[in-house]
Every structure is written in structure tokens, then in C-alpha cells.
Design a protein around this ligand. Structure first.
Ligand SMILES: CC(C)(COP(=O)(O)OP(=O)(O)OC[C@H]1O[C@@H](n2cnc3c(N)ncnc32)[C@H](O)[C@@H]1OP(=O)(O)O)[C@@H](O)C(=O)NCCC(=O)NCCS
Length: 142
């Protein structure tokens, strides 16, 4: 497995991966081609892919608000799971965030996603049961 930064030429492969992995995403909003291109331009090291024989088998997007770092859109191709791909991608995302001075790493995980919860526990993340996520959106597409 090879891990490298993604660029906009990887966009359609990324969409294929998210779809195959069953990961919900926002093709008309923050995951559109134009939006991802802008995000990649601003933070090229935050888009990370895992490849097997040049095929994209896993990906993650890091983000940071200068106070905390976030692990987003983590997905691994179902044919390549249980081989440590997600663990390696999380470690790479943390490295990219550390280079920006970030020391707190966070992820939002649906309560029903046992695989992801177990994965983040394994990677040293602690669950917070006393926090409820609030968000405000200009539309359901964003
Ligand atoms: C969650 C997901 C990213 C895990 O990818 P993966 O490459 O198979 O994970 P890894 O092989 O790196 O697993 C590392 C650890 O996570 C845990 N884990 C991973 N998949 C698991 C599962 N299905 N059930 C329970 N624990 C699991 C295990 O503790 C595993 O350690 P082990 O191999 O020593 O048992 C993958 O299942 C996926 O893409 N799911 C759909 C998209 C998704 O839910 N993304 C996360 C959004 S927050």
C-alpha cells in the first residue's frame, strides 16, 4: 500500500470510493468538484489517499480551525478492509495536522457506526457522551 496526497485529478476516483464504501457525502455542497478543488488548493496536505497498484482503496480529509483538527470522510474500499488502511490514514491525517501545530484531533461518528467507533478507540480517541453535536446549515445540500 502507498499513501500519498490526493489532487483534483483523483476527484472521480474519490467519489467512486465514497459510493462503494457507503459513505454519505454532499455532491452539491462541500464535496462538489469545485468545492473540493478550492479546499485542496487551500490545504493540499489535508487530502490523503491510500493506493494499491495505483487504485484508490482508502481516503481521508483532514481539516482544521487552528484550534482543533478534524478527521473527515474516512472511507476504505470494502474489498480492502481489516488490513489497517484506515488506521494508517488516520495516522497520516494526524501528522498533517501536527505540522500545523494542532494537538487535539476529533471525529464526528454516527452512534450506529460500531466499526468506526471501534477504529477510533483503537487509535487512542476517547468518546464523549456528555456532548451533543449542534449544527446550523444554509441548506441540506451544503
Ligand atoms: C470504518 C472503516 C473506515 C474501517 O476501515 P479499515 O481499513 O477496515 O480499518 P482498519 O483495518 O484500519 O481497522 C483498525 C481497527 O479498527 C477496528 N475495526 C475496523 N473495522 C471494524 C469492524 N467492522 N468492526 C469492529 N471493529 C472494527 C478494529 O479494532 C481494527 O483493529 P484490528 O484490525 O486490530 O481488529 C471502514 O469500515 C469504512 O470505510 N466504513 C464505511 C465508511 C465509514 O463508516 N467511515 C467512517 C466515518 S466516521
Amino acid at each position: 500500500m502507498k499513501i500519498r496526497r490526493l489532487n483534483i485529478n483523483d476527484y472521480w476516483e474519490l467519489i467512486r470510493l465514497w459510493s462503494k464504501a457507503g459513505l454519505p457525502f454532499k455532491p452539491k455542497g462541500r464535496d462538489s468538484h469545485g468545492s473540493i478543488a478550492k479546499q485542496m488548493e487551500a490545504n493540499p496536505d489535508f487530502f490523503i489517499g491510500a493506493f494499491e497498484n495505483e487504485k484508490l482503496i482508502g481516503a481521508v480529509i483532514a481539516s482544521c480551525d487552528t484550534r482543533k483538527g478534524w478527521i473527515n470522510r474516512l472511507a476504505v474500499d470494502p474489498d480492502f478492509r481489516h488490513r489497517g488502511v484506515a488506521k494508517a490514514l488516520i495516522a497520516e491525517a494526524e501528522k498533517a495536522l501536527r505540522r500545523r501545530g494542532i494537538r487535539i484531533f476529533c471525529a464526528l461518528i454516527e452512534n450506529s457506526n460500531s466499526a468506526s467507533k471501534e477504529l477510533f478507540r483503537k487509535c487512542g480517541y476517547v468518546e464523549h457522551h456528555d456532548i451533543i453535536y449542534f449544527s446550523k446549515r444554509d441548506s441540506n445540500d451544503v
